[in-house]
Ligand binder design. Structure first.
Ligand code: CU
Length: 146
């Protein structure tokens, strides 16, 4: 039975080849396998959702002011104000290790940080030093806010 079916299939292929004068494009299992692997890897390495901090003209200036995140969680500051602000690690000012400095973020601008090593990061706005926030990166994947 199988042999007959195979013969019929072969015959159809030959007919198609004859009819169009070329070999029909064979889409084997390889592309399907690749797509499946890509899909699976995208699930495995799916980035944790970004934690958003809003910049404000009034206290607490950075909302939330104190943030705990797990390593690998991107943090994004959004500037809905009409002024310029920065996200500057205190270490940049004191001359210690400068972990991040956004430079001036304009109105409607954003600044995103990825993959900060675990640690506690105090930061400020270099244009308005009264603006202060703290970012704590924990060696885990579970983010939380306070
Ligand atoms: Cu500012």
């Amino acid at each position: 039975m199988l042999l007959v079916a195979r013969m019929v299939m072969n015959d159809k292929r030959t007919m198609r080849k004859r009819a169009y004068g070329y070999r029909p494009l064979k889409i084997g299992r390889f592309p399907l396998l690749m797509v499946t692997l890509l899909w699976m890897s995208s699930i495995a390495t799916a980035a944790p959702s970004t934690l958003k901090i809003t910049i404000g003209t009034f206290s607490p200036y950075y909302s939330p002011k104190l943030v705990h995140i797990g390593t690998g969680t991107p943090i994004s500051w959004e500037n809905p104000t009409s002024g310029l602000h920065s996200i500057t690690h205190d270490g940049c000012k004191t001359g210690e290790r400068c972990a991040f400095d956004s430079g001036a973020i304009g109105p409607k601008g954003t600044f995103t940080l990825h993959h900060l090593p675990p640690g506690s990061y105090s930061y400020h706005c270099s244009l308005h030093p009264i603006m202060r926030g703290v970012l704590v990166v924990l060696d885990s994947a579970i983010p939380s806010e306070t």
